[in-house]
Write a protein that binds this ligand. Structure first.
Ligand code: ZN
Length: 149
């Protein structure tokens, strides 16, 4: 369920109407600590403009999210927080695990043996045949040229 910018919890954080532990703030993005961390030190990077899904973002809002994440990821490793690596995770839609419908990129501190992971299908590891891969590529290439319904 998409929320309007008025009711959106992340827009409220951008407007400082609800508290958050801010990590980084620039003209188009805001980064803050996830209050329900998947690992301690978990950061969220959001565009300041409200958009439920990545594909709803204006093109100029997309790049700054990853630029902010790049700086924060480096800082997380140097911060003293337990962080040997960083998982970048973006759930784009309910079935992908999205719970707040304002685009957000998770930066999750990782270390060997942290027991964090993505659950994969039972057949993961199977090597797809070229015909199957080409078939998917054809469909996505064709859709790249189409405007949304
Ligand atoms: Zn929002």
């Amino acid at each position: 369920m998409a929320a309007s910018a008025r009711d959106c919890i992340f827009c409220k954080i951008v407007r400082r109407e609800v508290p958050a532990s801010i990590v980084r703030d620039d003209s188009s993005t805001l980064a803050f600590m996830d209050f329900r961390p998947m690992n301690p030190g978990h950061v969220l990077v959001i565009p300041k403009a409200h958009a439920a899904y990545v594909e709803d973002l204006p093109p100029e809002a997309v790049g700054p999210i990853l630029e902010a994440a790049r700086e924060i990821s480096r800082a997380m490793r140097m911060s003293g927080i337990r962080c040997e690596a960083v998982t970048f995770y973006l759930a784009n839609g309910t079935e992908a695990g999205q719970e707040v419908f304002h685009v957000h990129l998770h930066l999750i501190p990782r270390w060997r043996g942290d027991a964090f992971g993505l659950r994969v299908r039972a057949d993961y590891g199977r090597i797809a045949d070229r015909t199957e891969l080409d078939g998917f590529a054809v469909k996505i290439r064709a859709a790249l040229g189409r405007s949304p319904d």
